[in-house]
Design a protein around this ligand. Structure first.
Ligand code: NAP
Ligand code: GLV
Length: 306
C-alpha cells in the first residue's frame, strides 16, 4: 500500500520527507512518477488535474492539502472515496494575523496615506472608524475570526448557512438574513467556501446591501465575488476599499483591472498557507485511521461541497 502526493506545480520533496518521517516504511510517491498505481490507497491532493487519480483502482481515501476543497471537488473524474481537509490551529493563526494586519491597514488609513504619498500630499487624518465587523462564514476560520476581533473590543456579527449561537455575536443565517448581517458592518470579511451556492454570492444585489463606505476583505475564494460588480461599487464610492487575497483566476492575469485599482489592496493568496510541518501530522493520522478502518478526521461533506 502506498501514498501518492498529487499536487501539481510544486516542489514536493520536502513534504515527502516530512511525511516519511511520520510514516516510516510506507511508500510515498510524487505524482506523476507513480511506479505501482494499483498500490496507492491514499492520496494527498490539491488542484489535481482531471484523470490524475483514475489509475488508482485501490484508493480508499483522499486528503486535501488545504482547507478549501473546491478545486478538488470540481474534478469530474474524482473517485468516490472519503475526502478530508486540513483544519490546523497554525493555519487559523496565520489567517488571524493577516486579518488583523488588514484591519489596522485600513483603520490607520495606510491605504489613503499611500495615495497621498504618490502626490506628496501632507494631510493628517484621524483613524477610520471601524466599529462593527461582519464575518461571512462561521466555520473553523470564520468563528475564530469573530472571537479574535471580539476580544479586541469590536462589535461582531456573522453569517452562515445554519443558525449559530456565539455569545456576544449577532449571528444571522441563510439568504433571508444576509442583508441584516452586513447592514451595519464597517468591514466585511468573506470566509465562505466556494460552492454552487456561494459562487458569485457577492454580486450587485448583495453588495448593495452593504453599509455605504464599507470595506470588503476576501480571503475565501475569488469566484464568490462578482468582479465587475465589485469594481462598480468601488468606482462609485459605495464601497471604500477591498482587500483581496484570492481571485477567480490565479495568478491574477496581468490585464485584470484589480491590479491597478486605487481602492484595491491585493496579495497573492498568502493569507493562510498550509504549514507542511503541522499538516503532515494530521495527514499521517488520517492515513493511519484509514488503515485501521476508522473514519478520517475533518471529513468533507461532498454533497454540501465543504
Ligand atoms: P468551514 O469550516 O467549512 O466553514 C464554512 C462556513 O461557511 C460555515 O460556517 C458554513 O455554514 C458557511 N457557509 C457555507 N455555505 C454557505 C452559504 N451558502 N451561505 C451561508 N454560509 C455558508 O470552512 P473554513 O475552514 O472556515 O474555511 C473557509 C474557506 O476559507 C475555505 O473553504 C477556503 O476556501 C478559504 N481559505 C482560504 C485560505 C487562504 O489562504 N486565502 C486559507 C484557508 C481557507 P454552516 O456552519 O452553517 O455550515
Ligand atoms: C487555501 O486557500 C486553503 O484553502 O487552504
Amino acid at each position: 500500500m502506498s501514498i501518492a502526493l498529487v499536487i501539481p506545480d510544486r516542489k514536493l520533496e520536502q513534504l515527502q520527507q516530512k511525511l516519511q518521517q511520520q510514516l516510516p516504511g510506507v511508500a510515498i510517491e510524487i505524482w506523476p512518477e507513480i511506479h505501482q498505481p494499483e498500490a496507492v490507497d491514499f492520496a494527498v491532493v490539491w488542484r489535481q488535474p482531471e484523470q490524475s487519480l483514475s489509475g488508482f483502482h485501490n484508493l480508499k481515501a483522499l486528503q486535501s492539502f488545504g482547507a478549501g476543497v473546491d478545486s478538488i471537488l470540481s474534478d469530474a473524474t474524482l473517485p468516490d472515496v472519503p475526502l478530508a481537509r486540513i483544519v490546523d490551529p497554525d493555519l487559523t493563526k496565520s489567517m488571524l494575523n493577516y486579518l488583523h494586519g488588514v484591519l489596522l491597514h485600513y483603520q490607520l488609513r495606510f491605504d489613503q496615506f499611500e495615495l497621498q504619498q504618490q502626490t506628496q500630499q501632507w494631510k493628517a487624518r484621524s483613524p477610520r472608524k471601524i466599529q462593527q465587523i461582519c464575518v461571512l462564514g462561521l466555520g473553523e476560520l470564520g468563528k475564530a475570526a469573530v472571537l479574535y476581533f471580539q476580544q479586541l473590543g469590536y462589535q461582531l456579527c456573522g453569517w452562515s448557512a445554519t443558525a449559530k449561537q456565539i455569545a456576544g455575536v449577532a449571528c444571522y443565517a441563510g439568504d433571508t438574513e444576509f442583508a441584516q448581517a452586513v447592514a451595519d458592518a464597517d468591514l466585511v470579511i468573506c470566509l465562505l467556501p466556494l460552492t454552487a451556492q456561494t459562487e458569485n454570492l457577492l454580486n450587485d444585489q448583495r453588495l448593495s446591501q452593504f453599509k455605504p463606505g464599507a470595506i470588503l476583505v476576501n480571503v475565501a475564494r475569488g469566484a464568490i465575488v462578482d468582479d465587475l460588480a465589485l469594481l462598480q461599487y468601488l468606482d462609485s464610492g459605495q464601497l471604500s476599499a477591498a482587500c483581496l487575497d484570492v481571485f477567480r483566476t490565479e495568478p491574477l492575469p496581468a490585464e485584470h483591472p484589480f491590479w491597478r485599482h486605487k481602492a484595491i489592496k491585493l496579495t497573492p493568496h498568502i493569507s493562510a498557507v498550509t504549514n507542511a510541518d503541522t499538516a503532515v501530522l494530521q495527514i499521517a493520522e488520517n492515513y493511519q485511521r484509514v488503515q485501521a478502518g476508522l473514519p478520517m478526521l475533518n471529513l468533507v461533506d461532498k454533497q454540501r461541497g465543504y
